[in-house]
Design a protein around this ligand. Structure first.
Ligand code: COA
Length: 374
């Protein structure tokens, strides 16, 4: 008989094998294919890390140049996809837009054989920023933007399309760091969704579409948006403290804090926090960054809860004038690499994922005639 797990949410259960990342086991706490995320965020561009996660090794200079050139050439959107995006209303959530965009792309450029898994992933990596920005600018500014910019990086391409101008070096650097930090995280909810879908031998676009749906929730990727909505309501650090104490007294969940695996700190927080501080200095902020720091202090002092990757991402993105509702789609632009690599890993050693449930319903009983039912 199968063993019934005691903990809710499958916490602590090993549900499969991966060579892609470790969480809470070595280095600063997060490693991708044996490299510490801290080291990667300091020394690499996002495209190098995407290559590492997807192809298995860090690219040399020629490989990196070729990969960036290839991705640059894949930024365009088919007209049928643009037509669909133009029909989605401005008040839609961009995560829903991306979910639809990914699914539509799968209709137009179907993965018919698993040998195409690398090329369909590269295509998504290159054109997800185009999908988000094409819809955003059309629905909000009534313009049909050119999505085939000449920017060197995925983050730069995104910011350029969003604002209509080439971003500065600091912002491009922060995008590299942010995308690196979000790229991969073992068996989190959205990745597990992708692997379950892959285990049925489904296609890559279906796996990624499902993962986008899982990431959307505020307990997962949506936390960065929820954190922003909270901190922008605080007018000073003292005000933040007062409000946070009230929330804690009411036992409200504070988004951007806590983690299912890390117990004392999230290694990604220290890194993005430093960049948020740099951006705050760059824009001359005197409110949002101090407010964020006070929230962090209060949560640690009162509950021993620490900021996860999402909390300081909120202020960092805000300082770069990124609209709040685009925060989680940026997470997708990055995590796509981890999801796709997990799909490939699942396919390489597959058995359909099909756990059992402990039945807690009625005992066996006969179906009563319809006139005998209450
Ligand atoms: N705010 C307030 N209390 C929190 C909290 C938060 N952000 N995170 C955890 N807690 C509390 C829980 O309510 C629980 O209290 P209880 O024992 O009195 O019920 C206790 O801390 C332990 O929670 P834990 O078991 O560590 O949480 P989890 O593993 O079930 O969930 C998260 C992990 C990430 C889902 C959870 O911390 C959370 O909801 N955080 C906010 C959402 C978020 O930022 N998500 C992004 C994750 S990267």
């Amino acid at each position: 008989m199968a063993k019934v797990l005691s903990g809710a949410g499958l916490r602590g259960q090993v549900a499969g094998k991966t060579a892609l990342s470790t969480v809470g086991k070595s280095g600063s706490g997060l490693t991708y294919r044996g490299y510490d995320v801290k080291d990667l965020a300091e020394k690499c561009e996002f495209e190098e890390v995407a290559f590492l996660i997807l192809k298995g090794h860090l690219p040399n200079q020629t490989e990196l140049n070729d990969y960036k050139a290839k991705l640059k050439g894949l930024r365009g959107l088919p007209q049928a996809l643009k037509d669909v995006l133009e029909r989605i209303p401005a008040d839609a959530h961009p995560m829903d837009v991306l979910r639809t965009g990914c699914s539509m792309l799968g209709n137009l450029e179907m993965e018919t054989e698993f040998e195409q898994q690398q090329s369909v992933t590269d295509r998504m990596l290159a054109c997800f920023p185009s999908i988000i920005c094409y819809w955003y600018r059309f629905s909000h500014d009534n313009v049909r933007i050119n999505v085939e910019t000449d920017d060197d990086s995925i983050g730069g391409h995104f910011l350029h399309m969003l604002r209509g101008e080439v971003p500065n070096e600091l912002h491009v650097k922060v995008m590299h760091v942010s995308l690196i930090l979000y790229a991969e995280h073992e068996f989190n909810a959205s990745t597990f969704t992708a692997r379950v879908c892959a285990s049925t031998l489904s296609d890559m676009h279906s796996c990624i579409t499902g993962a986008i749906g899982s990431l959307r929730g505020p307990l997962h990727g949506g936390a960065n948006e929820a954190a922003m909505e909270m901190i922008e309501g605080f007018t000073s650090a003292d005000h933040a403290e007062e409000e946070m104490m009230g929330k804690l007294a009411r036992k409200e969940k504070i988004m951007g804090f806590g983690h299912a695996i890390y117990s004392e700190s999230d290694p990604r927080n220290e890194i993005i926090k430093q960049w948020s501080e740099k951006l705050a200095a760059d824009v001359g902020d005197t409110v949002l960054y101090p407010v964020s720091v006070r929230c962090e202090e209060v949560m640690w002092r009162e509950k021993k809860l620490f900021c996860n990757a999402d909390f300081f991402h909120a202020s960092a993105y805000n300082f770069m004038q990124i609209p709040t509702k685009l925060f989680t789609p940026i997470f997708v632009m990055s995590r796509l690499t981890g999801w796709a690599a997990h799909v490939m890993e699942q396919r390489a050693d597959n058995r359909i994922i099909r756990p059992s449930a402990e039945y807690i319903g009625e005992d066996l009983r006969p179906v009563p005639a319809i006139e005998e039912r209450g």
